[in-house]
Design a binder for this molecule. Structure first.
Ligand code: IPM
Ligand code: MG
Length: 355
């Protein structure tokens, strides 16, 4: 197959981690007879420096016209003082909205090799951590009106039934492919938008009698994720709750540097990115962990290109790398071999096997 991938390296460690993911994709192409061509896209702080705009229309167009987008990370202290509408993160939000990718899938799964890296007690980790957060990505407070007047600032949190319904369906469908348990997370004891959320989820549940639906308030969910993460299979929630809970969920698996994500809308053109940020403090030092990005590339192959075997091969190569005891600094522990970002990418490439 021939696929055109839009590549956004972004800021901070973005270029380093994306380069390693591209090496992995190139090797997969060679082993499985595919052609991946890459179109470079500028987004984030680097685009502000170059064009005075975190995502110019022409750059967004390249993404929308691609077969899928691979993104490193954007942002950094350098652009902290620019006005809100010009921040690097605004480019990312415009990209998500412009591509219409309303459904963000963030797995929280512990790699057995990294069980010791979890900050949770062994007894909790041993019960298993393997769930997915399905986060609504292009609505809610992120996209409501933002305004500051004098000494008062306002952000609007708004959801329509149809926006809730389309992400709700993704939650039910995801649960159907797994252990058939869906937990809908909201704050219906306080927010109108959450009461609407809950109502729509229960209406949808009638169409999915095989799925066990439960409701949980977001503050309780934050607690349950550290108390008993084994209870979760699929969690579906709105944009900001999903942002917060997915950072928490990633941390209990050991390292935010290991977690990939996929964002999809109505077409197969998806956006794939690690869930961590641009880590400007370690940028350019060849110490970042590229695995979150490498696994995001695997998700791209699986969800957008239907390349199941190829995605499995990448995940197996990552697992073999961990089995051999290699670790980047973020997940380093006693007795393991410390490697840099480049070496990590190269070792994973070496482990890749064809059919
Ligand atoms: C994420 C990030 C982004 C978000 C930021 C960079 C805008 O935290 O992808 O989780 O809040 O969605
Ligand atoms: Mg976040």
């Amino acid at each position: 197959m021939t696929k055109n991938i839009a590549v956004i390296r972004g800021d901070g460690i973005g270029p380093e981690i994306v380069n390693e993911a591209l090496k992995v994709l190139d090797k997969v192409a060679e082993l499985y007879g595919h052609t991946f061509s890459y179109t470079d896209v500028d987004m984030g702080g680097c685009a502000i420096d170059k064009y005075g705009d975190p995502l110019p229309e022409s750059e967004l167009k390249k993404c929308v016209e691609s077969d899928s987008v691979l993104l490193g990370a954007v942002g950094g202290n350098k652009w902290n003082d620019v006005p809100g509408f010009m921040r690097p993160e605004k480019g990312l939000l415009r990209l998500r909205a412009g591509m219409g990718v309303y459904s963000n899938n963030r797995p929280a799964k512990i790699w057995p090799q990294l069980a010791d890296a979890s900050p949770l007690k062994k007894a909790i980790v041993e019960k298993g951590i393997d769930f997915i957060i399905v986060r609504e990505l292009i609505g809610g407070i992120y996209f409501g009106e933002h305004k500051t007047e004098g000494d008062t600032a306002t952000d609007i949190l708004k959801y329509s039934e149809s926006e809730i319904e389309r992400i709700g369906r993704i939650g039910f469908e995801t649960a159907r492919k797994r252990n058939k348990k869906l937990c809908s997370v909201e704050k219906s004891n306080v927010l109108d938008s959450s009461r609407l959320w809950k109502k729509v989820m229960h209406r949808l549940a009638e169409e999915y009698p095989d799925i066990e639906l439960s409701d949980m308030l977001v503050d309780n969910c934050a607690m349950q994720i550290v108390k008993n993460p084994a209870q979760f299979d699929v969690v579906v929630t709105e944009n900001m709750f999903g942002d917060i809970l997915s950072d928490e969920a990633s941390m209990i698996t050991g390292s935010i540097g290991m977690i990939p994500s996929s964002s999809l809308g109505a077409t197969s053109c998806g956006l794939y990115e690690p869930i961590h940020g641009s880590a400007p403090d370690i940028a350019g030092r060849d110490i970042a962990n590229p695995i979150g990005t490498i696994l995001s590339a695997a998700m791209m192959l699986r969800f957008s290109f239907d390349m199941e075997k190829e995605a499995d091969a990448i995940e197996k190569a990552v697992s073999d790398y961990l089995d051999k005891g290699y670790r980047t600094a973020d997940i380093m522990s006693e007795g393991m071999t410390l490697v840099g970002c480049k070496q990590c990418g190269e070792l994973i490439v070496e482990n890749l096997k064809g059919e």
